[in-house]
Ligand binder design. Structure first.
Ligand SMILES: Nc1ncnc2c1ncn2[C@@H]1O[C@H](COP(=O)(O)OP(=O)(O)OP(=O)(O)O)[C@@H](O)[C@H]1O
Length: 236
């Protein structure tokens, strides 16, 4: 398993944002779903080493996020929900900056490959501040995959994209999931149906579903993921 989470808990002040969750993920696309405030971003931030957990453990490719943070960072790519990019940097320059951080051996070759994969070719000579939202999102994705990580954490990567951009980014996520473990957080159920093999639904910090899309529909006697989501999470 490339991700292994056991009894993970995060408490902010008095609020339990993640409450004793355990799950595992292997190569493929895992849909990580839940209502606003359920604890998705918090879990993703712990997996990527951005914030520490309060309790429990998490491993990425066999490395512990707390005791082996550098090994975890080498194996993980992260596209945060609000991805801060340097508006004044040129696309290639920003990728060169990330390549330096990862000490890539042949940065130019890899940057060209990633520009091709993410469809950034026509915009590669612009400054990030001049790009449309969809292309900025592609730059974020390109940065996340540059070091060819085995695990990719994508927090709402398609929010705000037009239908054409949506289709091409989704196809890229499907392609990446053929060899990598991709954790995809999204509120678009149609996207999950199109892209994910495995689904976890989290509600109020607890996992309420963890199964393949097909088994989840079968066991809930439902035809749409949306109805399952509502049934499992609409209990205020
Ligand atoms: N830095 C923080 N300090 C205090 N509380 C926080 C902090 N970050 C998140 N929270 C709280 O923890 C809970 C879980 O938040 P989180 O961002 O993980 O949810 P989410 O599932 O990603 O939500 P969304 O779908 O809206 O992005 C929320 O109630 C949120 O207000």
């Amino acid at each position: 398993m490339s991700i292994h989470v056991e009894g993970l808990t995060k408490i902010y002040g008095e609020q339990k944002a993640v409450d004793d969750i355990s799950f595992a993920a292997k190569p493929g696309v895992l849909g990580f779903l839940g209502p606003n405030g359920a604890g998705k971003s918090t879990t993703m931030k712990i997996l990527t080493g951005f914030i520490p957990q309060t309790g429990g453990r998490a491993e990425v490719c066999g490395f512990d996020v707390t005791t082996q943070p550098l090994e975890v960072k080498r194996n993980i790519g992260y596209l945060p929900e609000s991805n801060a990019l340097y508006a004044d940097m040129y696309v290639k320059e920003s990728l060169g900056f990330v390549a330096d951080m990862h000490k890539l051996h042949e940065p130019e070759k890899r940057i060209a490959e990633v520009i091709e994969m993410t469809g950034l070719g026509p915009e590669q000579h612009k400054k990030i501040g001049q790009l449309s939202k969809g292309y900025r999102q592609r730059v974020g994705l390109a940065q996340a995959i540059l070091h060819d990580p085995k695990v990719l954490i994508l927090d709402e990567p398609t929010s705000g994209l037009d239908p054409n951009q949506l289709i091409s980014i989704r196809q890229l996520i499907i392609d990446l999931g053929k060899t990598k473990t991709v954790v995809l957080s999204t509120h678009i159920m149609q996207e999950v149906e199109a892209v994910c093999d495995h689904v976890i639904i989290i509600n109020k910090g607890k996992i309420v579903a963890d199964d393949t899309l097909q088994s989840l529909k079968h066991s809930n006697n439902a035809t749409s993921l949306e109805s399952i989501f509502v049934k499992l999470t609409n209990n205020q």
